[in-house]
Design a protein around this ligand. Structure first.
Ligand code: PEP
Ligand code: MG
Length: 558
């Protein structure tokens, strides 16, 4: 094991703790007849494994509470289903081993479910999860998913999917380290939202043994196994010094000469309200509503939606809510895209999914309008993955029909940025999703760590697209915020301001750094930094050129 492992730091801060590894795929048990002839013992072993899985799911549900309890209780029932047990024992009687019998029995039900229409097909993933848990018990290998631990730990994984993290206890996770993923992967966004350090694209991390003590630096991207006392103390001192600088200022976002740039928070639901307020968010610039409904196999009712939206709308003076962005990196069980899409990121995701499920959008808009009734809040609603003026027009019309007065669009497809003038004529505001804008501008899947260089928001081509969209919005007298991860970088926050962006929305913990960077520079300095960055030919060149125009960053340690 090397002395230091290197990856990409995507969520700042340092933390130390023991490693817990998220186990990978459970192997398929070998096909064919078993060697031993003891049918009764094999039957008992299989049924006991199913019962263990049922009890474990129930117990995890009881600990998690709320929505997760119902989901896990339903899964526990599936594990203990008598019909399933019957098929398992039949297979054992035919001569299969217990693990293989369980595997094949689940697959029989799986195939039937997959054919039984949209709702049932969405349960296939649940069934696969129970199958893998039961096979893991029988093979004596680790269960899939987030490990259980009584003490806080550093979570090490190949990558994290939204469903993996739905049950994470934030009090237990000290830091994330993943082998895959880039700066805009789900791991990175989640870590920043939780305010814990994270390193992604860390090639050797899966070789760290469970229990190994590691020091994780989410700024430099270094992961140090078995750190010395001195290294731990130095890291702690550095973290405290940085926290002191960032904690010093508060108040609304503005440049040194008073040009206002509202600083807003990206949230995934009511659980993020407290952090946003404590970091001085002036409002919410991106409420990712799909994060509320991950792991759900049925659409949430309008009443349920209304009550969670209201909790958020009551907490802030202004909130930008994004309608469900399902598909590709954010799959939602109850909004499945067509199964035969070879490339889901280019398929029916975001606003496009509503062509196939129109009732879900109108229901969500109705719930939002009702949630805002009687509240003194500026509610703005926007759609993800909007391509052109026609889509903008139909979304704005749907919002108006629901009684919503402010309707905007996310600019995250290059075509939308190139023809931003057409979209600005239809929409009330823009919000730039630089994560997807980079993915589509560079034809580089944001989930592939080997392509992380193209997710670097300092790429001059991305800055050109931002300038186009911000310019078109400005000409039409419309607001144009940024809510992609680009807004969370203090130096880039100044550059975006110089490009004409009117607000910056980010994970709560990034707000103090961006606030301090803006306050240390004039609007003219921000514009010069933006021009310098656009003259560069690559991301590193843009970063260096912009920083040379922003002398206030280094003294602040930003
Ligand atoms: C983006 O694409 O920049 C964005 C903010 O949306 P998400 O990361 O949720 O796709
Ligand atoms: Mg996006």
């Amino acid at each position: 094991m090397p002395e230091v492992l290197h990856g990409t730091g995507v969520s700042p801060g340092v933390a130390a703790g023991p490693v817990r590894t998220m186990s990978g795929a459970v192997p398929e048990p070998p096909a064919g007849r078993r060697d031993t002839g003891d049918t009764a013992a094999e039957r008992a072993r299989a049924l006991a494994a199913l019962d263990t899985v049922g009890a474990d799911l129930e117990e995890r549900g009881a600990r998690a509470g709320g929505e997760a309890r119902d989901v896990l209780a339903a899964q526990a029932m599936m594990a203990r289903d008598p019909g399933l047990a019957g098929v398992v024992t039949d297979r054992i009687d035919e001569g299969l081993s217990a693990p293989r019998a369980v595997y094949e029995a689940f697959n029989t039900f799986r195939a039937a479910l997959a054919r039984a229409g949209e709702y049932m097909a969405a349960r296939v993933a649940d069934l696969d999860d129970i199958r893998d848990r039961a096979v893991a018990v029988l093979l004596g290998v680790a269960a899939p998913g987030v490990p259980d631990s009584d003490e806080p730990f550093v979570l090490v994984a190949r990558d994290l999917a939204p469903a993996d993290t739905a049950l994470l206890d934030p009090a237990k996770v000290l830091a994330f380290v993943t082998r895959d993923g880039g700066p805009t992967s789900h791991t990175a966004i989640l870590a920043r939202a939780m305010g814990v350090p994270a390193v992604v694209a860390c090639g050797d991390c899966m070789d760290l043994g469970d229990g190994t003590m590691v020091l994780v630096d989410g700024t430099s991207g270094e992961v140090r196994p078995d750190p010395t006392e001195q290294e731990l103390a130095a890291a702690q001192a550095e973290a405290e010094a940085r926290a002191a600088v960032l904690g010093a200022g508060a108040g609304p976002g503005a440049t040194a000469d008073g040009h206002r740039v509202p600083l807003l928070a990206n949230i995934g639901g009511p659980k993020d309200i407290e952090a946003a307020l404590s970091c001085g968010a002036e409002g919410v610039g991106l409420f990712r509503t799909e994060f509320l409904f991950l792991g759900r196999t049925t659409a949430p009712s309008e009443e349920e939606q209304e009550s969670v939206y209201r909790a958020v709308l009551e907490a802030f003076p202004s909130v930008v809510v994004r309608t469900l962005d399902a598909g590709a990196d954010k799959p939602l069980g109850f909004l499945p895209p067509p199964d035969d899409e070879p490339n889901p990121a280019l398929g029916e995701r975001g606003l496009r999914l509503f062509h196939t499920h129109p009732g879900v959008l109108t229901g969500q808009l109705r719930a939002l309008a009702r949630a805002a009734e009687g509240l003194d809040v500026r509610l703005q609603v926007m759609a993800p993955m909007v391509t052109d003026a026609e889509e903008t027009r139909s979304f704005v019309a749907a919002c108006r029909a629901a009684g919503l007065s402010r309707a905007g669009v996310m600019i995250e497809i290059p075509a939308a940025a190139l023809r931003a003038g057409d979209l600005a004529a239809e929409a009330d505001f823009f919000s730039l999703g630089t994560n997807d804008l980079a993915q589509y501008a560079f034809a580089a899947d944001r989930q592939i760590s080997g392509l992380a260089r193209f997710q670097d928001p300092w790429q001059p081509a991305l800055l050109d697209l931002v300038a186009l969209a911000a310019g078109a919005a400005g000409a039409a007298g419309k607001d144009c915020g940024v809510c992609g991860e680009a807004a969370a970088d203090p130096a880039l926050g100044c550059v975006l301001t110089g490009l004409g962006v009117t607000s910056l929305s980010m994970s709560a913990r990034a707000l103090p750094g961006v606030r301090a960077a803006l306050a240390a520079h004039t609007l003219d300095q921000c514009r010069k930094a933006a021009e310098a960055a656009r003259r560069a030919t690559d991301a590193d060149g843009a970063r260096t050129a912009a920083r040379a125009e922003l002398p206030g960053l280094d003294p602040l340690g930003l």
